[in-house]
Design a protein around this ligand. Structure first.
Ligand SMILES: [Zn+2]
Length: 316
């Protein structure tokens, strides 16, 4: 069994026009084509990436269960979508309900929404059967500000995992500095019964990945997933495999060793130009064989922890 702990499904109404124009402009710059070309030729396909499309991708990749999530950009410079934040999240719930055996949903709420956000956490837990909340700090807030403590306390009280983006890999119009994993450390300390997922495991390339390892070794309630590391794997497979070997061997000062707290994720569709989900799953399955090329020993049991056993245990 393979569990993908991080992916997206999309429709146009989930975000403002400024959000989509920013994405298109980013792709246009990197591909050297006009923004208009991206908007007319690439975006319509993105806007049709619903649950029926992704469950086909899952079948092809051999993924049995996937967690779809929503980064809430409404309070960022791109502004609110036409739909309310509740309508946005409800769209995902309806999508999930079409494939209840295959999909789970991570509700997306910016903690700056205050009381409205806390009420939505309650609704997601009690009415929608959702077990995790995603925050998206690059939208412009430092997650460790004590003014959000009531938000985190509600997640902890309801037994919902908190998931937060930790990578310099984001929308062209928002800011990376807020995604530094160290801004989650205070939350981990103040709310020891709150499970915290370091989404993207620091990104792969940066000192932030080492920072995530450091935080995990001292906090029993912190976990990480590997989506976003595709670029690193593509460019520097030997370096990345050595990093993985070190993570698997790292003891924790407190709590379970790190190898029991790391999970597979793909971030579909955003990273599929680098690795399709099928190839990304296969890359993990092949690690014991690929590692040999670099004199590194990995066991199938270690890979099963990442793909299957850890997510089952951590995400329930
Ligand atoms: Zn994502």
């Amino acid at each position: 069994m393979v569990v993908n702990t991080h992916c997206h499904i999309l429709c146009k109404e989930l975000y403002s026009d400024a959000f989509w124009e920013g994405i298109a402009a980013g792709y246009a710059r990197s591909m050297g084509v006009p923004t208009e070309t991206i908007m007319t030729q690439m975006m319509p396909q993105t806007w049709a990436s619903d649950a029926s499309v992704y469950t086909q991708i899952m079948a092809d990749a051999g993924i049995d269960k996937a967690y779809i999530c929503h980064p809430d950009y409404g309070k960022s410079v791109v502004g609110e979508a036409k739909w309310s934040i509740e309508e946005v999240n409800k769209w995902y719930v309806d999508q999930r309900d079409q494939f209840p055996d295959k999909l789970e949903f991570v509700v997306g709420i910016d903690p700056r929404r205050g009381e409205e956000g806390i009420k939505l956490i309650e609704k997601a837990s009690q009415e929608w059967g959702v077990k995790a909340v995603k925050i998206y700090a690059p939208c412009g807030f430092f997650p460790d500000d004590p003014k959000y403590d009531a938000f985190y306390a509600k997640c902890e009280e309801l037994g919902m995992m908190l998931q937060s983006h930790t990578a310099a890999l984001t929308h062209p119009l928002v800011e990376n500095k807020y995604a530094n994993p160290m801004y989650l450390d205070r939350i981990a300390a103040r709310f020891p019964d709150l499970k915290i997922l370091m989404v993207h495991f620091g990104g792969g390339f940066t000192t932030w990945t080492l920072g995530v390892i450091e935080i995990m070794s001292g906090r029993t309630n912190v976990f990480a997933e590997f989506s976003g590391h595709q670029g690193m794997v593509k460019c520097y497979p030997e370096y990345w495999l050595k990093l993985l070997r070190a993570i698997l061997d790292a003891p924790a000062l407190f709590g379970a060793p790190l190898k029991e707290r790391i999970m597979f994720g793909s971030d579909w569709p955003y990273l599929s130009p680098v690795f399709s989900d099928k190839d990304w799953v296969q890359f993990f399955k092949d690690i014991p064989e690929t590692g040999k090329q670099y004199g590194l020993k990995f066991t199938q049991e270690e890979i099963n922890l990442i793909l299957n056993e850890n997510p089952k245990k951590i995400l329930g």
